[in-house]
Ligand binder design. Structure first.
Ligand code: HEC
Length: 221
């Protein structure tokens, strides 16, 4: 979960960067306007070159960069909402997902998701109790802690495998998400996993979280 927000932050930074870029252009376009007739208008060329415009024709103030195209933005715009909005088409099965898991996840998370060496992915607290604040020995897992499988899809697709994030196809992600749900006794071994499965499954910890609707105050930074 921590990584999820870290990667989220990166996407956020890109958005800030992109909007900063647009405001830089906006300034450039406004310079040399009617109130300021003496000032030269910025030209869209690389100042260091022989005034040849950039291939895109958009050198900008600093002589580098190009506008983010719809395709550029689409690569980063992959967030999935708790209700499943944003989930890709296609799907897989738990059986296929277990094969992907063995090849690409098991070395770090163990054969059944409980052995490590890294984060424990599987295991439920008896009665699906949620005593994490009181019992420090409890390890959170996908089955005991994650409120939505949609978040699991989003996180896995953007952050795992840890050493090669972003390398899984959507089918592989559907598969390993199914495998993780199976290892937590939340799906049968013969289940199909697609957007409906991921959006509709009710995770044991779903009602343990409340929406953060705070909009201000000293606690919000
Ligand atoms: C090279 C080791 C490595 C591999 C391979 C790997 N992981 Fe991970 N995984 C990690 C580490 C380390 C973390 C903890 C990351 C963090 O906290 O920022 C993690 C965290 C996770 C979590 C979050 C656990 C939680 O409850 O917070 C999930 C889910 C997960 N991995 C799924 C997968 C899946 C699915 C695969 C295979 C596609 C995979 N991992 C492959 C190392 C690995």
């Amino acid at each position: 979960m921590r990584s999820s927000s870290r990667y989220g932050l990166r996407a956020h930074h890109l958005a800030v960067f992109v909007s900063a870029l647009f405001s830089v252009w906006a300034c450039g376009v406004n310079e040399g306007g009617p109130e300021d007739p003496g000032e030269p208008t910025l030209s869209w060329t690389n100042p260091g070159s022989s005034a040849a415009p950039f291939p895109s024709g958009q050198g900008g103030r600093y002589g580098f960069g190009s506008p983010a195209s719809v395709t550029d933005i689409a690569v980063w715009d992959i967030d999935i909402s708790p209700n499943g909005a944003g989930l890709p088409s296609g799907g897989s099965t738990v059986t296929e997902g277990l094969k992907v898991y063995q090849k690409k996840c098991m070395a770090c998370h163990g054969p059944t998701g409980t052995e490590g060496p890294f984060d424990v992915l599987a295991g439920r607290v008896p009665g699906d109790e949620f005593q994490f604040a009181e019992d420090r020995s409890l390890r959170s897992t996908v089955g005991s802690y994650w409120p939505f499988a949609t978040t699991l899809f989003d996180y896995t697709r953007r952050a795992m495998p840890f050493d090669f994030p972003g390398s899984l196809s959507d089918e592989e992600v559907y598969g390993v998400v199914g495998a993780m749900l199976f290892l937590n006794d939340l799906l049968p071994e013969d289940a199909v996993v697609d957007s409906a499965t991921v959006a509709e499954i009710i995770m044991p910890a779903r009602d343990r979280f409340i929406p953060d609707d705070r909009t201000g105050g000293p606690i919000i930074r």
